[in-house]
Design a binder for this molecule. Structure first.
Ligand SMILES: Cc1cc2nc3c(=O)[nH]c(=O)nc-3n(C[C@H](O)[C@H](O)[C@H](O)COP(=O)(O)OP(=O)(O)OC[C@H]3O[C@@H](n4cnc5c(N)ncnc54)[C@H](O)[C@@H]3O)c2cc1C
Length: 401
């Protein structure tokens, strides 16, 4: 059975691995000229770590994990409020892993490139599902027909737009946008993170090595949809205006923003669709059910979703209608819990007013001296741990080999 996957990100490449494992023939089409390197930190938590181990990539992820030592919380003016351990600032339980998105994409690519066909620097232009197959016209490659098409092409998914209609019908903004870009590592941050927080705003800076660039992540309130989706100058103006009053390193970060060649900007949005599949086309990862970066769970949902989708296709011996229905039934409660987590984290982590920012600083300052510190930590971690483990992995066996 020949399956076309749009997107060589985390979801698409994980799916390619599992489809090969079960005896299917995947082809991956990716708009970028190769696997995209670098990028921000992402997490594999709970069952997603188990999936990585079942893929045999767990050790590679551990070897390239960021292994952050900790971080400093600062006021908007740059006054240190608290120092937190790496696990605390990253909301990680023992065993959870944090890695650069590009490193994880590279590990997945190495695990699949030997026996999966990749079409880089190309994209799907049109799809036509005639009930027996999906006829695909590519932007560059010659047309082909596939048994199934999977849209794993991220939050603004191209396949979703072709098969399900415009994004406006399913994207729900959480009221914030984020800009991410590399900056010179003036502070020589060494596996250390700094979070400078003001009402509605977080300027986050982290470095993995004192000798390489640091990464700036700026979160701030925007209307939904945010201004200038394809207009980089407008995006950078919005970032500069939003952080104009911030002190500390922020002016240097803003100056470096214009020169950064990896500037990324998007709104924190979730995708909510009543169905993830239509005929022979289905969606996976952020394209289907983005929980927003605020949840810290998008990567885990992508990896676990790939495992379940491929497993259900194998269990149904390629009966895609039965498989797509079971894929959704298995995964949806897990997805919904993590989407709820994303909405809650935005409310709790980003203080909306100066008063709330002050309350957050006070709590962080007092935390080391509080008698109930362990219980408080447990209260913070409990919903994250529950969401990260809210699915039992079925032991799918290769059916088509
Ligand atoms: C700033 C930021 C911080 C984040 N922090 C975290 C975190 O801490 N923890 C966490 O788990 N997650 C985090 N995430 C989210 C995480 O990156 C995603 O949820 C995860 O990568 C989802 O994987 P995906 O494969 O569905 O999508 P993506 O990783 O976005 O991959 C989609 C792929 O499709 C390609 N593509 C796009 N359009 C087309 C097209 N038309 N045709 C062909 N290819 C196309 C893209 O080039 C890309 O390679 C963060 C995201 C951002 C933006």
């Amino acid at each position: 059975m020949h399956v076309l996957i749009s997107g060589a990100g985390i979801a698409g490449q994980a799916l390619a691995y599992w489809l090969r494992h079960h005896g299917f023939t995947p082809t991956v089409v990716e708009r970028a000229p190769g696997p995209r390197p670098g990028g921000y930190k992402v997490d594999l938590r709970g069952v997603a770590v188990e999936v990585a181990d079942r893929m045999g990539i767990g050790e590679h992820v551990r070897a390239r994990a960021t292994d952050m030592r900790g971080g400093t919380w600062l006021t908007r003016a740059g006054k240190p409020v608290a120092k937190l351990s790496g696990d605390l600032i990253g909301f990680r339980d023992p065993g959870d892993l944090e890695i650069l998105r590009g490193d994880l994409a590279d590990i997945l690519h190495r695990a699949t490139s030997g026996d999966v066909e990749y079409l880089f620097d190309d994209a799907i232009a049109t799809i036509q599902d005639d009930g027996r197959g999906v006829h695909v016209i590519f932007e560059k490659s010659p047309p082909r027909t596939f048994d199934l098409v999977v849209g794993a092409d991220g939050l603004h998914g191209g396949v979703r737009a072709l098969a399900f209609g415009p994004e406006t019908g399913c994207a729900e903004g959480l009221g914030l946008s984020v800009a991410v870009f590399s900056v010179p590592n003036h502070l020589s941050l060494d596996r250390w993170e700094m979070a400078c927080t003001g009402a509605g705003h977080i300027a986050n800076l982290y470095g993995l090595r004192p000798t390489s660039d640091a990464t700036a992540q700026l979160f701030f309130p925007t209307p939904d949809p945010p201004p200038g989706r394809h207009d980089r100058p407008a995006q950078q103006r919005a970032v500069a205006d939003a952080f104009a009053q911030h002190g500390w390193e922020v002016p240097r970060m803003l100056a470096a923003m214009h020169a950064a060649d990896d500037f990324y900007f998007d709104s924190l949005a979730q995708i909510h669709l009543p169905n993830w599949s239509k005929g022979r086309v289905t969606l996976l990862g952020d394209a289907a059910y983005c929980p927003s970066p605020a949840s810290g769970q998008g990567t885990s949902l992508a990896v676990v979703g790939a495992y379940v989708l491929a497993g259900e296709l194998a269990a149904a011996h390629g009966d895609h209608l039965a498989a797509f229905e079971r894929y959704e039934r298995e995964l949806r409660p897990f997805v919904e819990l993590n989407q709820r987590l994303g909405r809650d984290v935005v409310k709790q982590l980003v203080p909306a007013t100066r008063l709330r920012a002050w309350a957050q600083f006070t709590m962080l300052r007092m935390m080391p001296y509080m008698p109930g510190k362990a219980r408080m930590m447990e209260q913070i971690m409990k919903p994250i741990r529950e969401a990260a483990n809210a699915i039992t992995l079925k032991p799918y066996t290769p059916a088509l080999r």
